[in-house]
Design a protein around this ligand. Sequence first.
Ligand code: NAG
Ligand code: NAG
Length: 286
Amino acid sequence: MVFLVVLLTALVAVVCCQTALETNLATSATSSELIDPEFGVGVSGTLVNTSSSLLRLTAIPGVCDGTKQLVCASCTTLRVCLGTVPGQDLTVTCPTDQPYCNFGTTSDRCSADPIPDVCSDPTQNVPVTCSAVGKLPDASNCRIYHGCLAIGESSSIYTCPAGYVFHPGLELCALENLFARCTRLQCSANFLGHVRYGNSLRFYGFCDGTGQTPIVFKCPNRANFAFIAGTTFGECVYACPAQGNFPNTNDPATYFQCFWANRRLRYNVIRCPAGTTFNATLRICT
Ligand SMILES: *[C@@H]1O[C@H](CO)[C@@H](O)[C@H](O)[C@H]1NC(C)=O
Ligand SMILES: *[C@@H]1O[C@H](CO)[C@@H](O)[C@H](O)[C@H]1NC(C)=O
């Protein structure tokens, strides 16, 4: 029932925006639209009301209460209860062949089926924990993207109009064609390390070795993702524009401190004092 409502909402949203899109295309560029000479026009997605699926995700207790040895920490993770002090517990992700946590009497367990009426249908789009501020692609569905206001918070889901896919260069939805392809991130079993998001130098994924859907990350402005030679891991390499302090577009609570060393511009990532954020105009934390 709830799923039906979500589906209907999504349908209405798509219909509404198709009209909005046509109006946008007919008139000139608006703030919700970006033109790239190579890729054409990008459009914003439509915000999806995911409050119902969020409610269902938080319905899992996930507390080590002294009665169970293993408890479901989420629909797909299991907590091993080791001690009485919070933080002593270990959280593990259910494996690919039994991806869902299920309740048991003396111990919860991983299973092939999700908990009925509590956990999401795997085909339903669920918010992610934000790894950066701004827009992030979805690892498995190229027709939606995530909007993030703060790191660690839950994302808002935006659906692209019909026939459109998330375009990593525009960071908007673009008409699916040769230059705007549907990109999907996958982790092969046991692979631990990073994976590229198509040809993007900005977006990439992390595989945790369980074969689960990767966590999506993004490099800040002026930083490109590059693999470290001889490893399956990569990092965002920031290109300092000059000596001085520069904003980290992924996280307003940190900044890049660029300085000359051995005739090269190098940098450190500095965290602003608690409660302050980096002011790009003043170039200090305020
Ligand atoms: C989202 O849906 C819930 C009920 O599922 C409703 O209470 C809430 O007002 C909706 N929010 C928006 C922004 O439409
Ligand atoms: C940065 O500082 C300037 C000057 O005090 C101020 O006008 C501006 O609003 C600040 N920006 C932010 C994002 O706080």
